[in-house]
Design a binder for this molecule. Structure first.
Ligand code: HAM
Length: 420
């Protein structure tokens, strides 16, 4: 048997109904906030990710699916969407006009991480990017959008963590200070952090080692070193969140796994997710569009991890489509022939109807209907056929009524709200 690749999983029915629901809700919220969909290739040139995510990040150093194509060009399966959105924004000249370009995309991402609960090698993101807006209102609007998606899905027990990572005015001086401080304690740091302290010092704050965590408690954070403009930006973002009674925790040690962030950085976490507790993450990335060869425009964005979102929703009763099914149980060849027409006619009227062609017993077909979660079963044998009337059974209440086989509108009416 050939199995799926490690860390990549099939999303099967009825779980797919939950995914459709999550994505429908997200699309509706995006639309309300003026976002338009963009669909991008899964493959990009490797250099795009090296230059955007950062050459010394875990993602680029060890997690990318990179290969040479037949002409020897290095390509990479996208580990995230932002780089591709920015590439497309520049390449297609979407920067025309002064308005903020708000784009969203939903789809699979690939990271060669060690698989565990909530962490996969192919996973999916609901991703939003607002390009071309400097104002702190854009950050606040984007965070409100993310929280609206969660709220619309009925998730209220999440926590928003927020930080500012500074800008090219204030960060370099802080990084110098941090590097010097870490160099002094380098022997006490774990192996990873020893490496990071020279190549990408901010990343040490993400270390899970207790010893490093302890040490880092003594180290000043970026939040203590922000320039006046960054302080004002951060304050205004939080002021707007306060206005909408958004509760958040300022987390001065929050850093992100991608290097492109400036100023606002945030994550949405849940205690119900275990070790991989972030269901969404994002922030501002003012230098990236220019870095990738485009105009000097600011931007901010986020991504929600769909596997983690689905896990949070798994104990919730979503608007799945299972309860609405009408199953037609045909007994005998003549009834099967008539049922085929009936099913087709009802489908064309917008009903969700199905049947089986295996000419099985009534008992077997009732079992099938139950397994499918049918709300109704219409029973059709020779006797019913002769009388031109079938027996419609409501599976929840167990009540039965006769319905005319020629009057599809009456059948639809009998199905009531649950039918269409
Ligand atoms: P990220 O924090 O790397 O940010 O990923 C965002 C979310 O994707 C995470 O919070 C998590 O829910 C989910 N995720 C990440 N890796 C995995 C994995 N291996 N398995 C399952 N879920 C995962 C970004 O990707 C940025 N591009 C977000 C962004 C957009 N920033 C600005 N614009």
């Amino acid at each position: 048997m050939i199995k799926a690749v490690r860390g990549m999983k099939d999303i099967l029915p009825p779980e797919t109904a939950r995914w459709q629901w999550m994505e429908t809700v997200a699309r509706a919220v995006f639309q309300r906030y003026g976002y338009q969909e963009i669909r991008l290739p899964l493959l990009e040139r490797t250099e795009l990710f090296q230059r955007s995510i950062g050459a010394s990040t875990d993602i680029v150093e060890k997690e990318m699916y990179t290969f040479l194509d037949r002409r020897g060009e290095s390509l990479t399966l996208r580990p995230e969407a932002t780089a591709g959105v920015v590439r497309a924004f520049i390449e297609n000249r979407l920067d025309q006009g002064a308005e903020v370009k708000k784009l969203y995309t939903i789809g699979p991402m690939f990271r060669y991480e060690r698989p565990q609960k909530g962490r996969y090698r192919q996973f999916h993101q609901i991703n939003g990017e607002a390009l071309g807006g400097e104002a702190p209102e854009v950050d606040a609007e984007l965070i409100l959008l993310v929280l609206d998606i969660f709220q619309q899905l009925g998730l209220t027990d999440l926590e928003l963590l927020i930080n500012s990572l500074g800008c090219p005015v204030c960060r370099p001086a802080y990084l110098l200070e941090l590097t010097a401080l870490l160099a002094r304690q380098v022997r006490d740091l774990c192996e990873d952090c020893q490496r990071r302290s020279a190549s990408n010092p901010l990343r040490v704050f993400d270390c899970k080692s207790k010893v490093c965590q302890e040490l880092l408690l003594q180290v000043p954070t970026m939040a203590d070193h922000l320039c006046d403009d960054c302080v004002a930006h951060d304050r205004r973002v939080r002021e707007l969140l306060d206005r909408y009674q958004v509760s958040y925790r300022q987390q001065p040690r929050l850093v992100r796994g991608l290097d492109y962030y400036t100023r606002t950085a945030f994550e949405v976490v849940s205690t119900r997710l275990g070790a991989q507790d972030a269901v969404a993450g994002g922030g501002r990335y003012n230098g990236l569009i220019k870095e990738l060869g485009g105009p000097d425009l600011p931007a901010v964005g986020f991504a929600i991890g769909e596997e983690r979102l689905a896990a949070l929703l798994s104990d919730q009763d979503e608007a799945g489509d299972r309860p609405r099914l009408l199953f037609v149980a045909a007994l005998g060849p003549a009834a099967l022939d008539k049922s085929f027409d009936l099913v087709q006619g009802l489908r064309r009227q917008g009903c969700q109807v199905d049947m089986d062609f295996g000419q099985r017993s009534l008992k077997a077909q009732m079992t099938m209907a139950n397994r499918r979660g049918a709300a109704f079963v219409l029973i059709l044998g020779d006797q019913e056929l002769a009388a031109g009337r079938g027996l419609l059974k409501d599976m929840a209440s167990g009540t039965q009524q006769e319905v005319s086989l020629t009057d599809l509108a009456a059948i639809r009416a009998a199905l009531g709200d649950k039918g269409v």
